[in-house]
Design a protein around this ligand. Structure first.
Ligand SMILES: [Zn+2]
Length: 296
């Protein structure tokens, strides 16, 4: 395998790109969710690499020399912006002259309402079927700028991927619309679902605003317990990349259900529950629907 890679490289050096397989561009993304989106848009025309791995904490990630090495040779870099990847700009300096695209461009930011990060944009804008359309359009534009020869393929792949996401959400939206108004609450550890809550017509609350903040301080826990009691909220969830302990504690102290794990900041490995972005949207939304519709 390695021999073939080296051989391909030598042939490319001598002859120039001889086939589409050898001419593939290298797309680098800040985390796994965007890598999967980019693969759907790129099809066979790109090699896509994520800097952070499956299951990684992405807000305050610390790149190793190996993470830098994996990014070398990238033709285009895709990242979220909106204050999500606190480490990204320093990382990018290592890659030399490569163009980076902010995928949240064009999204209407939702501001963090309270806590240490009050007034800043909530960065989790990809977690919304509505905003996913903007992200995919931005990926199509970035890949087409980088590799104009395949622009038609990127545009066609982007359109069919967007249609697939829209179709996935129709039944989930319909199930949530059946719920009584008083149960339409999405409460979790990190406030990572502000955009999804808007798309689904849910009110949102969380123990902490963003993972960069402290996670589950006594004040944060007390505040959410009061909110749950005041509004008779039926269930609390937690995210896959943080400890579920504070959410489980809140569930115990209020007597409400712990609804399980929601996925937002990272995909799982291929054999896990959410190896793709569509899986992540499906599993997370289904967990929310199940938790909210279960009778106490
Ligand atoms: Zn997050």
């Amino acid at each position: 395998m390695r021999f073939l890679t080296v051989l391909g490289f030598i042939i490319t050096l001598i002859l120039g790109p001889a086939s589409p397989a050898l001419a593939r561009i290298k797309v680098l993304t800040s985390f796994t969710v965007f890598a999967d989106m980019a693969r759907n848009v790129a099809g066979e025309h790109a090699e896509v690499v994520s800097i952070t791995k499956e299951g990684a904490e992405i807000h305050m990630f610390r790149p190793t020399p190996g993470d830098i090495k994996r990014g070398l040779g990238a033709n285009v870099v895709l990242w979220n912006g909106l204050g999500l990847e606190t480490w990204f700009e320093r990382y990018l300096e290592n890659l030399g002259d490569v163009k980076a695209y902010v995928l949240s461009d064009g999204v209407e930011p939702i501001m963090i309402a309270e806590g240490a990060y009050e007034g800043r944009a909530n960065p989790h804008a990809w977690m919304s079927p509505g905003n996913a359309m903007i992200y995919i359009d931005n990926i199509v534009a970035a890949l087409s700028d980088t590799d104009p020869d395949n622009a038609a393929a990127y545009a066609a792949n982007g359109e069919s991927y967007k249609a697939e996401i829209t179709a996935t959400f129709e039944p989930i939206r319909a199930a949530l619309a059946e719920l009584p108004e008083s149960r339409r609450w999405l409460v979790s550890s990190e406030a990572a679902f502000s955009y999804l809550a808007v798309d689904f017509g849910l009110k949102e609350a969380a123990i902490w605003a963003i993972n960069a903040d402290s996670q589950g301080s006594p004040q944060q826990v007390r505040r959410i317990i009061d909110l749950i009691n005041d509004n008779q909220i039926p269930v609390i969830f937690s995210e896959s990349t943080v400890s579920p302990k504070p959410a489980e504690q809140v569930a115990r102290e209020t007597g409400i259900a712990y609804g399980g794990v929601l996925y937002v900041d990272s995909l799982s490995t291929p054999d896990g529950p959410v190896p793709t972005y569509l899986d992540l949207l499906k599993v997370t939304s289904q967990t929310i629907v199940t938790g909210l519709t279960a009778q106490p």
